[in-house]
Design a protein around this ligand. Sequence first.
Ligand code: TPP
Ligand code: SF4
Length: 280
Amino acid sequence: METIKSEYLDEKLVAVKNLDFLQYRSKDLPTWCPGCGYFGIVDALYRACRELELKHEDIVTVSGIGCSGRTPIFINSYGFHTLHGRSIPVATGLKLAREDLTVFAVAGDGDALGIGGGHLPHVARKNINITFLLFDNSIYGLTKGQSSSTTPYEMKTNSHPMGNPDTPLNPVKLALAYGASFVARGYAGNPQGLKDIIKKAIQHKGFSFIHILTPCVTFDKENMTWKNLKENVYDLNLRKEKKNMETAMRLAENEPYGTGIFFQDKKRLHYQEILKKMNS
Ligand SMILES: Cc1ncc(C[n+]2csc(CCOP(=O)(O)OP(=O)(O)O)c2C)c(N)n1
Ligand code: SF4
């Protein structure tokens, strides 16, 4: 695939080895706070698209509302900034209408597990062939630091200055329990590792769920910080365990910082394959 000519990319920079993934970056440079983990996530996404040689016109990124909701604006492809919590149903409709496209749905932890939490079980059980990226910074970023569905118990936030009284959800366990056929976790501070996971998720036939640990440097100074993540994140492959559901559930329960693929069912038919089979 040739690097596209572009008025907004410095061609000399792009010509430097391995920087041509920048062609997937849009001319609207990210408005996220300096140091936000989301920069690492889109970096990984650009690299995955480049390595799979996806055409710009064949990619669609669908988002909800939140700082994460701005993601499609920063990708040089098609995108849809939808309603709060609705990236999954919109991405589902799109994929059903245009099976040929690579469809990403993205959402923050509030977007995905709070207001939009009801969509996750259904996209998983139907095995819709899209890639879902959950940007989990364990806080509401855009609305200035309220507790979310993944904020740790007792953590002080702007909505709970005396401490969060709620028990957090475990996104990987949820995705496994809902029957997602591909469940993984990545880390915004390791774009190369996250890129490899995203590539495998795109290639997976069925619903792929990627839980991404990513700091909100502005509103979380104690939990999901760069320092905390850097010290604790590790590669699950080091565990050398069999990749079955039982192991995946145990790792999801016990290893909040393990990254890699927890579970993948390569044999299960995805939704459109099932419909074709039924109609044949
Ligand atoms: C129906 C509706 N309810 C509430 C809001 C306010 N709101 C906007 S973004 C957001 C939460 C954002 O947090 P998260 O999904 O974790 O994303 P982040 O900003 O951290 O990327 C809320 C509550 C809204 N825009 N629409
Ligand atoms: S508020 Fe938090 S999540 Fe939003 S851009 Fe800033 S650092 Fe990132």
